[in-house]
Design a binder for this molecule. Sequence first.
Ligand code: FPP
Length: 250
Amino acid sequence: MALLGNKKEKTYDTGDLKVPVSLGVIMDGNGRWATNRHLPRSAGHKVGAENLKELCRNCVRYGVKYLTVYAFSTENWARPQPEVDFLMKLFVELFDKYDEELAEEGIRVRFTGDDSELPKKVREVCKTAEERSKNRPNMQLIVALNYGGRREILNSCRQIAEKVKAGEIDPSDITEQMLSDNMYLPDVPDPELIIRPSGEMRLSNFLLWESAYSEFWVSDTLWPDFGYEHLTQAFRDFASRDRRFGGLSK
Ligand code: FPP
């Protein structure tokens, strides 16, 4: 089987671990990784992007079906313009450059977020990447781009409000399920596990609605150094979590 990246095939550890069907990853720490090496922050983003390929490859091998990664938040526009420009350029370059490898791995690419504010070129690349990968069977890679959890919830509320305004439904008909159905990608299951490298203990506006019962796993490792061992440890720890969903242990 073809591999993403140039790494040698490894033996995948399957004992005592639980692989989530739907996984979220906040790819944090690129800037610090670069600064620690006296490199520009952009170097960290480049290595971070390469590392996404490695994560995809490992997730496919483990059998994850939906991998949602936080690439650019609705708040990231506040970064210095050259950094924003660099990230946008990276997105444009990478989805073309990686497509062959993603295809070999059977990875379908989708995007979530508010695309109306993205540069035209980025929107075009996203559309092409979605279109050409839509029949790939192994895993969905969902890239959160100009994504904000609050904005997603707001957007869902607005869509429902339009139905109320049109007289199609009454406010008392609104259910949690209806809000879920009006999120950006309602067919994607809520993440069972969210991983955040780099030591920060917060969600940063990632999948706010969908993470109501997600398990969290954090590590001090910065995203560019996050590898197979960390992922495996996260899945091992996930196996021992007692997910009660507000109820009692079975
Ligand atoms: C957070 O690290 C990282 C980002 C805001 C960008 C994430 C983007 C990539 C890894 C590239 C992804 C590429 C594709 C193709 C989707 P940070 O800059 O906040 O790091 P810091 O907290 O150390 O400053």
